[in-house]
Design a protein around this ligand. Structure first.
Ligand code: DX5
Ligand code: ZN
Length: 220
């Protein structure tokens, strides 16, 4: 049986009740906290930064998965290590020397992730896939929660999975954006290992039950 990891995106939490929402995810069956950092340059939105992540980290008892939507992410690799990131993901489109960036993330003792915008072909990772711990396939355009899922994602997952197998890599596949109980099982069937869910979890009447349901329907 496959243990698909569920990563609620804190972007959709109630920031006026952040401690309550973090503790709620701690008690749920969720595996990771997904943390969206936006700079207003790489994406047309600003989310939150270091002091807020520091506050989250005070309460969070699960893996911290940081998704950097910022230009030139090399500038902040050691900062996010100090803030408690376990997985640090940069965008391919925001990085000039991806190979160097990945080595720098791993040298800090974090898992290294690469995120791809919806228009970015997975084949661009062919020469570096063995250096990547996680690929985050964006299933919406990054910048906002609550957008609708892009259907082409399934094809991208299958292509990426084939590339990973061909290269004998141990890279895991994360899907970010528009994940619900309607597409979760199909995403895992296509090859997804981690599902990020923001508005679907925090917008639910019962987020804990929603996480439990996602865990259940993705244990294929
Ligand atoms: C989008 C972020 C996502 C977002 C997902 O830029 O990277 O992580 O929070 O939110 P939902 O699940 O609502 O699409
Ligand atoms: Zn994200």
């Amino acid at each position: 049986k496959k243990n698909t990891l569920i990563a609620p995106s804190v972007l959709a939490a109630d920031f006026a009740n952040l401690e309550r929402d973090i503790k709620m995810i701690n008690t749920s069956e969720a595996d990771w906290f997904h943390i969206d950092i936006m700079d207003g340059v790489f994406v047309p939105n600003i989310s939150f930064g270091m002091p807020v992540l520091e506050a989250i980290k005070k309460h969070a008892t699960k893996t911290i998965d940081v998704h950097l939507m910022i230009v030139d992410p090399d500038r902040y690799i050691s900062t996010f290590k100090k803030l408690g990131a376990d997985v640090l993901t940069v965008h391919l489109e925001a990085t000039t020397h991806l190979h160097r960036t990945l080595q720098a993330i791993k040298a800090e003792g974090m898992k290294a992730g690469v995120a791809l915008n919806p228009h970015t072909n997975v084949d661009l990772l062919e020469d570096v896939i063995n250096d990547i711990d996680l690929v985050c396939i964006m299933s919406v355009n990054p910048g906002f929660g609550g957008q609708s899922f892009i259907e082409n994602t399934y094809d991208k997952i299958r292509k990426l999975k084939a590339l990973i197998n061909k290269k004998g890599a141990s890279t895991i596949i994360e899907i970010d954006g528009g994940v619900t109980n309607k597409n979760a099982a199909q995403l895992v069937e296509a090859g997804a290992d981690v599902l990020v869910a923001g508005s679907y979890v925090f917008g639910a009447a019962d987020p804990i039950a929603t996480v439990a349901d996602l865990k259940k329907i993705t244990s294929l």
